[in-house]
Design a binder for this molecule. Sequence first.
Ligand SMILES: [Zn+2]
Ligand SMILES: [Zn+2]
Length: 473
Amino acid sequence: MQIRFLGANGQVTGARHLLVMNGFRVLIDCGMVQERDFQDRNWQDFPDDATQLDAVILTHAHLDHTGWLPRLVKFGFNGPIYATHATAELTELVLRDSAHIQEEDVAFKIKRHKKEGRKSPHPDQPLYTQDDVEQTIPMLRPADYHREIQLRSGDHPITAKFYEAGHLLGSAFVEITEQTDSGVKRVIFSGDLGKKDRPILRDIEYFTDATKSVDAVITESTYGDRVQDETETVDEQLAKIICKTVRRDGKVIAPVFAIERAQEVLYRLSLLRRDNRIPSVPIYLDSPMAVEATKIFTRHPECFDDKTRQLLESGYDFRLPEMQFLRTAQESMKLNTMSGPAIILSSAGMCNAGRIKHHLANHIGNKKNTIMFLGYQAIGTLGRTISECPKSVRILGAIYPVRAEIGSVHGISGHADRGELLRWMEAIPQKPHKIFVIHGEASASQSLADEFHRVYPQTTVTVPKYGETFEVA
Ligand SMILES: [Zn+2]
Ligand SMILES: [Zn+2]
């Protein structure tokens, strides 16, 4: 059993891990790179032979775990793509939206570059088109949690199994086993692990089977060096920012990830309004994808936690009369000229694409407004730049002064913090022989690796680099 690291090494996006078991090749996740400095990688060939790949397994639907799939198919991959039911549905949405955004962005860029007489460093074409996505979608194979998937049958069967990761609707960590002549080899891929006690979703599961030996665990480390500050609850922070902005007649502009974050924030706003903790102002969800994702959420109550299910069963309607879900570009543009306080939730969550860029351009120069960040902003994204409160910022090719208040709500992250990552690992009864730490900025990955090394002196702990290959078992 061999593993090759092909992304999310010393960075958080572009997750791709190739597992080779006695000639059988499985790719765990196939993500797009979103950090600006590494985006060239999206344009490179697949570092292995895509036609020789037997299967892909997705841990969850986020673009940094699924967004490169249509490219893989272009390079000749033609096998099954396994995912939980909710992940399969959300992945369709994510990929269609991704192709759409790329086609739009390229059209916009060509126009702008022509005007400026500049030449783009990337080809003036989208990474993939709607057609490429439509070729990819029929390859998705939805699977249940906790049910063994036969990746390969015969004398040396290979199986996979999904467990709840508590990170996103449908998110899973994956156990993969290979029957060999010398016994069962087992690896666990964490995917992205969620924080406990978040609204809507079930909590992260632990791997507790004491009869199972574990050869390697590949774990994320987004917050590997951070313990999340719990002094003020997420709801208190949200209410504070909204009330303050509404008092000065301003708008709250919140970049949201269209899936999960948008639904979580709507859920929180719904209950804050019910309890009269925020004033009644229009709340716009300006993201066709988030509107679609909200629908998919309502179709998967099996992924909800008890509290959410009980609220729904009691007949509570999370959709407030104040909430408006916008779809068309015309509806979106109307917000530019609208006066008075409002809350505008728009995607992408790290401001690197989509309608949020237009809302930022229109509102960042006005000191009445607040730009409210609701989660992790990767280095090199527009969101990260703005969150560091620069004097001015370049958006859609023009420079804007930053006069709006820049606020951040902490603790709303979809990611487990250091303590939770350690607890998840500690819960595995038979200590893994090897731990690989991925999906974090270099310092976060190293910090978590150092701690694993201290706690498990018998275990080999590695922070792999892009392209490196390791023998697992
Ligand atoms: Zn994720
Ligand atoms: Zn991720």
